[in-house]
Design a protein. Structure first.
Lengths: 244, 244
DNA sequence: GGATTGACAACTGTCGACAGTTTACAGCTT
DNA sequence: AAGCTGTAAACTGTCGACAGTTGTCAATCC
């Protein structure tokens, strides 16, 4: 048997080149290295990554279904641009899914899961006290991820995470504001309380409200009604990221 | 190459072979021609459809992301089997999305849209009176499709339709029961009333309840707690389809 | 007789190449 | 000088072929 010198654990993680390419291009898009509207050439990408065009093509199809790129026949693939209305739609949709997962979790919750949520909450409170914005940002993501994972509905989770990725097309990470963090914190507490108490409908509502407020906090950082939200990044430093 | 002489209109609609293959395989899966658990060979499919393996491969990737097939590295692709719990999850998720779309439509509705919904409703009432089950089945689908289309949230629509397709993996069409139709009819009326009245939250709740009842009507036709729901069809004639 | 091992067959993953289309540019016409 | 047209380059869509892997079956050994 040939020695696999990388990833000795779980040889199954030696995935196909298609997945490798998909992950890499996805990373470049989500980090902004490939700005929205950028035209991608299969040959160029293939040459850049040292693979053939086949895996690149398949990866592009996957990214198209994920909503990260648009493919037009005989023309090529471009990083998707998301309009203002579409961004609002995405926020609402994400909010609905998140509310659903809060509701589901409130029904199926276990003690250990509740403990995890409570831990994250106290950690976030600490981050606010010390003013550690980056830490709060990370914990915020972990808090959401915990709910998404705990709810147990795999398909819902997949859909939700796909939407979050798609939303990276118009959201840039930056500094977060204390004011947002405090409002966000109160909403997190409401969600956690409802889940622990097993009040499913209240948990759903708290989840929906949380993301609706997050949406409004985000929209408030934009110009009144821009036509398109670009991830091209030049002006991104001017904007302040918001937390949910 | 076999002449694909369909769709002579709109040369732009002459899509790539990938899409053609995807549609065909999808059709075969949804109609049950390819039963759940069936192993698909790229070469066989390619030869069967008179194309190369490339488009078939890409089509398989799309179907994987759509949740219709599973792909395991170096082993091949199999039509997905959906377990009992997963089916329930899918129903709940679909219900949430449908409720969201009802809610959204109640906010953005136009007079002409309301008129369409009302028309479908009266047509369905007529179908119940004359006992035309097939007609009611079709109108039921149209009613749902109208709401999904009118709500205006494209991404939500795409997700919803993807889930509906996935649910075909364990639902078989058959005769519908009058009892179901009448219960379903009352729920349709509640949804439509709330939408026309612009009562968004009531519309959402009516939509969720409608699919929850549809889920229960469906589960009631199954054996107590089967491990997997197969679409292989032998026993499908015994089951009676339910309507939402 | 049962388990193991070896080879064979089938299939997937990947690659390079060719044909058709789109796009850009240069030259020509008005 | 502006607009049109024809040509050429680049790129996508598709195909056939090769290498690596997996699963199977039969022969062999305990």
């Amino acid at each position: 048997m040939p020695p696999l010198d990388q990833k000795p654990f779980h040889a199954s993680s030696v995935q196909s080149l298609t997945v490798l390419v998909q992950r890499e291009v996805e990373r470049r898009i989500l980090t902004g290295a490939l700005p929205a509207g950028e035209r991608l050439s299969e040959s160029a990408l293939a040459a850049d990554m040292g693979v053939s065009r086949g895996p690149v093509r398949e990866a592009m199809r996957s990214l198209q279904q994920a909503g990260l790129v648009d493919i037009v026949a005989n023309k090529g693939v471009v990083v998707r641009k998301i309009g203002y209305a579409e961004a609002v739609d995405l926020y609402d949709l994400r909010g609905t899914l998140f509310g659903f997962m809060c509701e589901t979790l409130a029904r199926r919750r276990t003690d250990s899961q509740c403990a995890v949520l409570r831990d994250k909450l106290t950690a976030m409170a600490g981050a606010i006290r010390t003013g550690d914005n980056d830490l709060y940002y990370r914990l915020n993501i972990e808090f959401h991820a915990a709910i998404v994972e705990f709810c147990g509905n795999r398909r819902a989770r997949a859909l939700y995470e796909g939407i979050v990725k798609e939303m990276h097309l118009f959201r840039r990470r930056g500094l977060s504001q204390i004011k947002n963090m405090e409002a966000s914190m109160r909403e997190h507490e409401a969600i956690t309380d409802a889940i622990i108490a097993g009040r499913a409908e209240a948990a759903r509502r708290a989840g929906v409200i949380h993301l609706r407020n997050g949406r409004d906090r985000f929209l408030a950082t934009l110009d009144p009604a821009p036509d398109t939200l670009s991830a091209s990044g030049e002006g991104s430093a001017r904007r302040t990221a918001t937390v949910e």
